[in-house]
Design a protein around this ligand. Sequence first.
Ligand code: SF4
Length: 711
Amino acid sequence: MTATTGHNNTVSSICCYCGTGCGVQVTPLGDGTVRVIGDDSHPANFGRLCSKGRTLGDTTGRPGARLLRPTLRLAKDAPAQAVSWDSALATVSDKLAAAIREHGPDSVAFYLSGQLLTEDYYLFNKLARGLVGSNNIDTNSRLCMSSAVTGYKLTLGADAPPACYDDLELAGCVFIAGANMAYAHPVLFRRLEEAKAANPDMKIIVADPRRTDTASIADLYLPVLPGTDVALFHAMLNVMIWEELIDRDYIAQHTEGFAALRQRLREFTPRAASELCGVHEDDIVTAARWFASSPATLSCYTMGLNQYSNGSDKNAALIHLHLATGHIGKPGAGPFSLTGQPNAMGGREVGGLATVLPGHRDPANAAHRAEVAALWQVPALPAQPGLSAVEMFEAAAEGKIKVLWIACTNPAQSLPDQALVRAALERVDCVIVQEAFAGSETLAYADIVLPAATWPEKDGTVTNSERRISRVRAALPAPGEAREDWRIVAAVAQRLAATIAPQHVAKFAFADGGSVFAEHAATTAGRDLDYSALSYAILDVHGPQQWPFDGKVGRSRLYGDGVFPTASGRAQFLDVAWRTPADKVSAHFPIRLTTGRLRDHWHSMSRTALVPTLTRHVEEPALVMHPRDMQRHKLQAGELVKVRNKRGAIYLPVQADDSLRAGVAFIPMHWGGAALGGQGINALTSRALDPQSKQPELKLAAVSVEPAKLP
Ligand code: SF4
């Protein structure tokens, strides 16, 4: 797999949507558009693409879709004016310097995206921590993955998914929990469908409040109530213990904490758990038997576990099932968290979260801070904890953030509790929005707009769900004056350094993305993810590589030797208690509203809405309810309803669907206020945080539904 195929300037690159990280071949057609086909040689997809990947070529060369020039707004009520890059960069640098001088480094915050490339992420991090002097740098990956990160770190000792995509074909049992792979990771789902067709003995279990398309291939479907998965997983482990299905040798040799957890599990009989999680007790027993008895069991999970105030507990309770049965570190087995965004994993590697430093280091650890300071040749890194995504906007609403730099994400649509988010964006003195697409609702709050290049105009790297680093390559020049994200950051950093720390100017001078990657890769030396021997040159010649990478080969699976990167070398069972989600149903708000993706749209649709064939799959948002609930609330299909709770209200048509449990309703996450006449779905969602991961509870809001009274 080389940089170009030699035909018509075709380049090998990666699809820019989900964390599967499918390889694509991109051919510029000479008119600002490209042709995209799957890359047969890429080990994520072997040529397969889903509907979104197949239509990537239709998203380029769209007049009016892109931001083409920097703009500046001199006052909050003034119109934005086009300015030169020189003027925009100077203004950003001046605003940062003034905020640091007058209010301190923590008056500055950076809110980034799992769609940035690793090189972009790395320089943002170096700017925030190494030059500005603040840990206030976080990302929209906080909304997707941080509970998975916490789950891995607390149980296995490191943020490292131990399995790989080939395990989909090698598993005897696949347990899919809180993941609609058919929509969110379609190519992985297709691999699983093909594996099941080839192996009729394979058992697939799906746990989800909705009987999604993913459940269509399930041998056992578990309609778990939103937020109650801990009861399900604890009861499964309890059954495994009763029936002697656990691997006592593995537990004794490679783990700690099982005795304490075992005490806890006594109360989680299948009957008791059934009352909590809504899954029939017989099905809990069957799931436990299949999971434990298979020669190799793989779990695939994502937002349905993570996006809850008990998301870390759910992750840990699921990982316990693998540790108790020894289904980890061998072909076809392991707890496999699927990342949502194309580079959520890369952001975790470079320290793009407030709670992480480069190379999976911890900002609360003085030795780790000193290591990074030495690598960056700065005196010290800040010790003050940084703000996570929701906390950042809460601080902004309180007037504590003076400059907020938002890159490649749309918080005015995608963060929970929109009333607070929009108040925060109005209160910040200077909102900088670095963005490629003109449709972002966050642009309405921007004082400075920096037009960014996007796929397929950027060079760099991403890491997919199986720890595989791939090259992203430019096939087109950026339109107008748009620039690559890392170049914008480097230019601002050099100007800011010239003002506040001239000795650091050269530290942000990079000739190309390969130099940024080389500096980043060096920070991983000696760490669990070590890929310090990896380079653009190796990726260009030998293709994508998994970490850890020893200079010749990456490791496909972790922990095969039973040694874990914890203080004792043993994996940890945690004494996970039962906690209910933060939002409680009540007489006023009796419906459990959950959210999720559609097959053909991506996030806030800045790109997918440009493609008519994708829009046709579902043309408008609707509230989906069980027919019995519609009867109870006297609602007709297609009727406009008001969905309301203590945070907000939205209006949209209602549809009947018995694939949902009664008492549970669903709205797709993609549509914002522009489509719904004011506020999007996140007017209703909760900013209640998981105390360990700081991930908000986007998957559950207690709401009422009533016929809309139109004026
Ligand atoms: Fe792109 Fe994900 Fe579809 Fe692959 S599965 S083509 S990465 S959206």
